[in-house]
Design a binder for this molecule. Structure first.
Ligand code: ADP
Ligand code: MG
Length: 392
């Protein structure tokens, strides 16, 4: 970290009062991959808190990584260092420079150099402003992004148990959620993540990065009849486990593409048809396995999160499928801007952790479950980035 970078991070206006459970402002930082994000969240009330996002700034590095067809970690780190002070300034301005009570930061999972940049920035900011830091798990943040809108605040009895499908560029996981803060990973991808599969297929087809939105756009243009001209596998769809595998699908696309003549490869119809089929293959597997898990665990809710959950067809087909099964399931999916990486979800997750820490809730989190032990490090105030920390 260069001296220029340190001097640019500013002191926050600190709330003079002790942090109150009924009202607080959280400033959150997210740099786990290629987006530099800072959000400021206001929370009112505590039993059913009402959240307002005062600002939610995302500085995307898409253009920089486009030529690599994926994220280049050292380049991403450099960009985070450059962007963080600017993004902070914008976030504070947009939120009208509020008095901040807590700082939150994503500590993992993610790309190590990128995580460290955010963690060091948060530490520096918190130290200067004499504020506490709450470390946040990125996967949990994708899940809790669904609770940003307070109208979603149904009772625990109505919501849980829930099955969460987190689908992003780095992760594809099915998680059993028995309550706030109580998670268990049921299955995950054995190779590529669903978003990574979209990205790699887009690269094969020459559609650029990020691949998800590019494939979705091409797929939407595909004429109904054309779609059946390409047939791709649905890996592991009938296996009675909750794991996924997407690298075979990518390879199948590659072989199909290579087997075509130059003329066909360049034809719009073919690109649209193979995009539609690849997207459908991913959707079929995701929906089938998620609904099976929901049935097996008698879930009351299905919760989606992560960049791939922004996919229109996935959202639409999930909704449709849930109407055809013979029992009622609540379906939660974040608004699109909270599907891909953002810091608002980090702020909300930090709120829940702070609240649980305060109230010593939920009971038995440590014995029963998961959460990577964010609070242990919070209490001893040793916040460290850890690329390998994850829900387990
Ligand atoms: P990360 O993996 O770093 O947590 P995100 O949660 O932001 O990142 O997810 C990014 C991934 O989501 C990328 O792989 C991207 O292709 C995918 N994605 C984004 N929008 C869509 C979409 N509309 N359809 C399918 N995939 C999408
Ligand atoms: Mg993410």
């Amino acid at each position: 970290m260069g001296p220029n970078y340190i001097s640019l991070s500013q002191k926050l206006k600190k709330s003079k009062k002790k942090v109150k459970i009924n009202y607080m402002i959280i400033l959150a930082i997210e740099t786990s991959c290629d987006d530099t994000c800072i959000a400021i969240l206001e929370s009112k009330g505590h039993k059913k808190p009402c959240f307002s996002i005062l600002s939610n700034i995302v500085s995307s590095q898409v253009k920089i990584h486009q030529k690599w067809g994926g994220v280049y970690p050292t380049l991403a780190k450099r960009e985070h260092q450059k962007n963080l002070p600017l993004v902070l300034k914008r976030a504070l301005n947009k939120a009208k420079n509020p008095k901040v009570d807590l700082v939150a930061v994503t500590v993992g999972p993610g790309l190590d150099p990128c995580l460290w940049t955010g963690v060091n920035f948060a530490k520096d900011l918190a130290k200067k402003s004499d504020l506490s830091i709450i470390p946040v798990n990125h996967i949990e943040a994708h899940i809790l992004a669904n609770f940003i809108n307070e109208q979603r605040a149904r009772s625990k009895e109505q919501l849980f148990p829930a099955i969460c499908l987190v689908v992003s560029g780095g992760h594809t996981q099915l998680i059993l959620m028995r309550g706030y803060g109580k998670y268990k990973i049921l299955g995950e991808t054995r190779d590529d993540a669903a978003g990574e599969c979209f990205d790699k297929i887009a690269r094969i087809l020459g559609l650029g990065y990020p691949g998800g939105p590019a494939i979705a756009t091409e797929a939407a243009k595909s004429a109904y009849r054309e779609r059946f001209s390409v047939s791709l596998p649905r890996p592991m769809i009938y296996q009675r486990n909750y794991d996924f595998s997407f690298s075979g699908l990518k390879t199948a696309v590659l072989y199909n593409f290579k087997s075509q003549s130059e003329k066909i490869r360049k034809s719009k119809k073919y690109i649209q048809a193979i995009s539609a089929e690849a997207q459908q293959a991913i959707i079929d597997v995701l929906i089938k396995k998620t609904i099976r898990a929901a049935k097996d665990y008698k879930a009351k809710t299905i919760i989606l999160g992560g960049g791939v959950s922004a996919n229109n067809e996935l959202r639409k087909q999930f909704n449709h499928k849930l109407k055809t099964i013979n029992y009622k399931l609540i379906f939660l999916v974040p608004s699109k801007k909270f599907c891909t990486d953002n810091a608002a979800m980090v702020a909300v997750t930090a709120y829940f952790h702070w609240f649980w820490g305060k109230e010593k809730k939920p009971k038995g989190v440590k014995e029963n479950f998961v959460l990577f032990d964010a609070f242990a490090s919070y209490e001893s105030s040793v916040i460290e980035a850890n690329a390998n920390l994850r829900l387990e």
